[in-house]
Design a protein around this ligand. Structure first.
Ligand SMILES: Nc1ncnc2c1ncn2[C@@H]1O[C@H](COP(=O)(O)OP(=O)(O)OP(=O)(O)O)[C@@H](O)[C@H]1O
Ligand SMILES: [Mg+2]
Length: 265
């Protein structure tokens, strides 16, 4: 059990990473940002809200045997009892998922918010990896969050459904969490050369506006897939992953600016 709390209360540093579409890179972006944070000597907590438990597994945990997981935190266990260290870095802690999350589709969306408020002071940011749905787990993630970041891929199917995500953010803002901000869109899996992807990026710009799209976007690279499969941080591949690692460094710097603006309030 970890008790990293040195300051409690509302910190403004909780970020939900979401899209109801599966496979766009929510987990990859969460872990890439965590990797960049640790590389810069910062501290993050990754909260895995997906019953598939991908980010927990990639961070070295065994979601099949974890005794206290996000599911228990959603039913009143303090977050500090569920947080563990990771094999990746001293700077990255994990609130693991478990398949018991499947049974937590109902419940009070404020619980996660209250639990994370008790530990948020120990971290530069808390990154919530949301499941590919817009159900109660995502609502809990958004209720706990100060910032929502949508991950998209530049394909026709990848852009469908952004409106539904925006509607859910709006709904949570209305009913559960007036502090929530839609902070931006991260574009992932951008191919080297593709006029189709370029067209979709133009379309995305028309939908959300240029300022909402965080720069840079993340290129599509085999090494990203490999890192996930090998359960390793993208920064651990050195020169083989430089362009991807640098993209995550820049996005982490952006996220820190966004978070610090609200923390200073
Ligand atoms: N930039 C990229 N380049 C190459 N492969 C990528 C990239 N981003 C993600 N992938 C691959 O795409 C797949 C889906 O990524 P990921 O699991 O991060 O998506 P997700 O949105 O979290 O999925 P789910 O909705 O199931 O939670 C993974 O195999 C991952 O390795
Ligand atoms: Mg995922």
């Amino acid at each position: 059990m970890l008790t990293p709390t040195w300051q409690t209360g509302h910190m403004g540093n909780v970020v939900a990473i979401l899209n109801q579409k599966g496979g766009v890179g929510k987990t990859t972006v969460t872990l890439g940002l965590a990797s960049a944070a640790a590389h810069a000597g910062h501290r993050v907590l990754v909260v895995d809200l997906d019953p598939q438990s991908s980010s927990s597994w990639v961070l070295g945990a065994n979601p099949a045997t974890v005794e206290v997981s996000a599911a228990e935190v959603l039913s009143r266990t303090p977050a500090s009892r569920a947080i563990s260290t990771t094999t990746w870095s001293d700077g990255i802690h994990l609130l693991s998922a478990s398949n018991r999350l499947q049974g937590r589709e109902h419940g009070n969306p404020q619980r996660l918010r209250a639990a994370l408020a008790e530990v948020s002071g120990a971290y530069d940011a808390i990154l919530i990896d949301c499941p590919p749905s817009l159900g109660n787990l995502t609502t809990s993630g958004l209720t706990a969050a100060d910032h929502a970041v949508i991950v998209v891929e530049p394909s026709a199917l990848g852009l469908r459904g952004i409106g539904a995500v925006a509607d859910v953010i709006d709904e949570v803002w209305d009913s559960h969490n007036a502090d929530l901000e839609l902070s931006g869109v991260i574009v992932n899996k951008v191919p080297g050369v593709s006029s189709e992807a370029d067209r979709r990026l133009d379309e995305l710009t028309r939908i959300v506006g240029k300022k909402a799209i965080w720069q840079p976007s993340i290129p599509q690279r085999v090494i990203v897939n490999q890192a996930i499969g090998e359960r390793r941080a993208i920064h651990s591949y050195g020169a083989r992953s430089t362009d991807v690692s640098e993209a995550f460094d820049a996005l982490w710097a952006k996220l820190r600016r966004v978070v610090r603006r609200t923390t200073a309030r």
